[in-house]
Design a protein around this ligand. Structure first.
Ligand code: IMP
Ligand code: MG
Length: 185
């Protein structure tokens, strides 16, 4: 038996589909920036850590990796819209090409806050790559240059995404059967 109950968690995007899409995203990013362009991949903690690890290896360019932490108060499934930086980048991005790597853009409020914050640091460019997007819940328009998958309005877990800080290590994107969390952990 795995650590979770497979009868209660439904697979929405399996591991081979994730791998194939991330390989395509990496190729597109490589082609768009062009040979030799140096990139800073900025991962948003914690949710992006799995995606960033795979995406970085699918990009055939010299990259630096940095992370920042953002959190919004609210219930475990819904943002309050009040975003707080819990951890900053370790190095300046002035004059650098920044690619923000995010697990999911839901209402867009987190990404809007992040982009406004990053622009004050005068990077050469900023683009956004998100693994998932829930268009049904969008509250603010944010530029998304690269989107892995558009998904329906369900609370998803796995491949970095959590429910109450758990289930990040599921190797696929899943959801609770009948959308009835709490998930069995
Ligand atoms: P937004 O500010 O509403 O776009 O929310 C973005 C953040 O909320 C993401 O970075 C996730 O951390 C979290 N989030 C939104 N939807 C989900 C979900 O379905 N599963 C897990 N986390 C989610
Ligand atoms: Mg997140």
């Amino acid at each position: 038996m795995p650590f979770y109950d497979p009868a209660k968690i439904e697979v929405l995007i399996d591991a081979p589909s994730l791998a194939a899409r991330i390989s395509a995203l990496g190729a597109q990013i490589t082609a768009d920036y062009g040979p030799g362009t140096e990139l800073v991949l900025v991962g948003v903690l914690k949710g992006s850590y799995v995606f960033l690890a795979d995406l970085a290896r699918a990009i055939d360019l010299p990259v630096e990796i940095d992370f920042l932490g953002l959190s919004s108060y609210g219930s475990s499934q819904e943002t309050s819209g009040v975003v707080q930086m819990t951890q900053d980048l370790t190095r300046p991005v002035k004059g650098k090409h920044v690619l923000v790597v995010e697990d999911i853009v839901d209402t867009g409020l987190t990404m809007q806050y992040l982009l406004q914050n990053l622009m004050t640091r005068l990077p050469a460019s900023v683009k956004v790559c998100t693994l998932l997007h829930k268009p049904a819940r969008s509250r603010v328009a944010v530029p998304m240059d690269y989107v892995g998958f558009e998904i329906e309005d369900r609370f998803v877990i796995g491949y970095g995404l959590d429910y109450a800080d758990k289930l990040r290590n599921l190797p696929f994107i899943g959801a609770a059967v009948n959308d009835e969390p709490p998930f069995p952990a």
